[in-house]
Design a protein around this ligand. Sequence first.
Ligand code: PGA
Length: 254
Amino acid sequence: MRPPLIVANWKMNMTIGEAHAFLAKFLPHLPEVSGVDIVLAPPYTALKFVSLSIDGKGVSLAAQNMHWEEGGAYTGEISPRLICDAGCRYVLLGHSERRRHCGETSFDVNRKVLAAFRNGLIPLLCVGEEARDRKEKKSQEVVESQLMKECAGVSPDQARALVVAYEPIWAIGTGEAATAEQIAEMHAFIRETLRRLFGAEAASSVRILYGGSVTPVNITGFAGVSEGVLVGGQSLSADVFLAIIRGMRQCISS
Ligand code: PGA
């Protein structure tokens, strides 16, 4: 079995000073939480600081977004090359907040996914439906369309490294997490869609995570159905984030 993957998405939070305080609390506890792959996704401004602080400690770094071009006249953007230089191994792509607030389309996300692979980065591709879609029983249709469009041109070999995070939009930052049944059903559907896209072998290598209002309390319900979680609000405190990691760990070892 693969170790679970737990990602802290700090979103537009954490100064370098706050990241320093988080890591001073968090890093000494790493030996207690072995067997779990941990990824921190700070804002761009803290990437290099976090990268230097976690060097050699078995924790990986992710950017929360990037442009698809390697470089050039794109004022205010960050390229794959620049986030690699800052120490990133992963990049979050297609987060619903970027789709909603920054107008990112599936076409944009696809260009970013391809650019990530070109640059040796692992894409953490976020997909998920709106509350309205779920009500209209269109959740699978929406997620299938995102996967099909956003993974276009990805080879089965590249797909093996892909991480997909199922993040229903109605569950993000609302305190209303999806149920284990809803997650299990969508994960199976995502795996089946990946199988159609890349073949059984590559699809079985893709890690599928859940994200949306994950807490230290509800993590025990997700551990059995998901290969990991993407944590937003509850990842800003080292103590709370550690409690989530411990919860995930306990479930897989029991
Ligand atoms: P949340 O965010 O844990 O605050 O719901 C999750 C996410 O946006 O990835």
